[in-house]
Each structure stands twice: as structure tokens, then as C-alpha cells.
Design a protein around this ligand. Structure first.
Ligand SMILES: [Zn+2]
Length: 168
């Protein structure tokens, strides 16, 4: 078995049904909408939940990821791998700024937003949970960075885009 094969094997994780995940996520969102006073609060709570999810994922897989990001822009490949392992698909595109301090991840087929269309909550970041997961990875790996969502299919954008930015 080559290096690639052994890496794939070590990151093999049990899968959960996509409809089950999407239905659970939808109900989480309904609950947040009902218990929050505005869209910013919903977005913030989603990111906090995502951070916790990211902590769990990182605890589980940290020892099995052999090549951790050392330089900030290397999160492009680390997070691509994490996204692929957990969602079963890759980002449509990844953009890295010339100074390597900003990385944008885009998915035109975001599995969280699939089939979701929300028109009455402008500014909602439906899949901001992903930003929280990214934030956990950055923070727990010791980087002073910020993670946020720039566009979201669920509210009418063409794609979902999550950005990470090095702050110092
Ligand atoms: Zn999305």
C-alpha cells in the first residue's frame, strides 16, 4: 500500500445518511430561528456550534492526520481533505491570496444547503456551521485567524463560500 492508500485508509470514517443529516440540520436551524432575536444571533450561534463540532472532529482525527498545516495557506489542503472525508465531496474551487493570508473555499453544491431556499431571512448564513468548524481547526492549531461565510446558496447566492483569514 502506497502513502496515498494508507492516508485514505487512516481517514476512513463511518458515514451517516445524508437525508438524516440534512433533516437534523434543518431542525437545528428551525430551533435557532425560533429562539433567536435576529439573524446575526442565529449566524453567531451556528458558528459556536460548529466550533464545538470542529473540536470533536479534530480530537478524533488529529493523531491520524500526518501532515498538519504548518503555514497558514496550507489549510487549503488540510481543510479540503477534512471536507472531503466528512461530506464525501470536494470544494468546487479554492482561492489563495497572493500574500497567502486569505483562503476562500467555494462549493456550488453545498450538501447542507441542498434543496433549501430561504427568502425571508436576508443575511442568514445557513451553513455557517462550516465556518465554526474551520475556526476550531485554526484556533486549536495555534493560528490567530478568523473564519466567516461570504455567500450562501440557501439564501439565493450561486455558491457557498467560506473564508479564512490570518489576523496577525
Ligand atoms: Zn451552504
Amino acid at each position: 500500500m502506497g502513502v496515498k492508500g494508507s492516508l485514505a485508509w487512516s481517514l476512513k470514517i463511518p458515514k451517516v445518511s445524508k437525508p438524516l443529516f440534512q433533516a437534523t440540520y434543518r431542525e437545528l436551524m428551525n430551533y435557532l430561528i425560533q429562539t433567536s432575536s435576529n439573524v446575526d444571533e442565529i449566524n453567531q450561534k451556528l458558528k459556536e456550534i460548529g466550533f464545538k463540532v470542529g473540536e470533536y472532529l479534530l480530537m478524533d482525527y488529529a493523531d491520524r492526520i500526518r501532515k498538519h498545516a504548518v503555514a497558514f495557506h496550507q489549510f487549503a489542503s488540510t481543510l479540503q481533505l477534512a471536507y472531503k472525508v466528512n461530506s464525501g465531496q470536494e470544494f468546487t474551487s479554492i482561492w489563495i491570496s497572493d500574500d497567502r493570508r486569505v483562503v476562500k473555499f467555494t462549493d456550488v453544491k453545498c450538501p447542507i444547503c441542498e434543496g433549501v431556499e430561504i427568502k425571508d431571512l436576508p443575511g442568514l448564513q445557513y451553513c455557517n456551521l462550516v465556518s465554526g468548524v474551520f475556526q476550531a481547526v485554526l484556533t486549536l492549531r495555534g493560528f490567530n485567524g478568523d473564519s466567516y461565510q461570504e455567500s450562501c446558496r440557501a439564501v439565493g447566492d450561486d455558491a457557498c463560500t467560506w473564508t479564512i483569514k490570518l489576523l496577525e
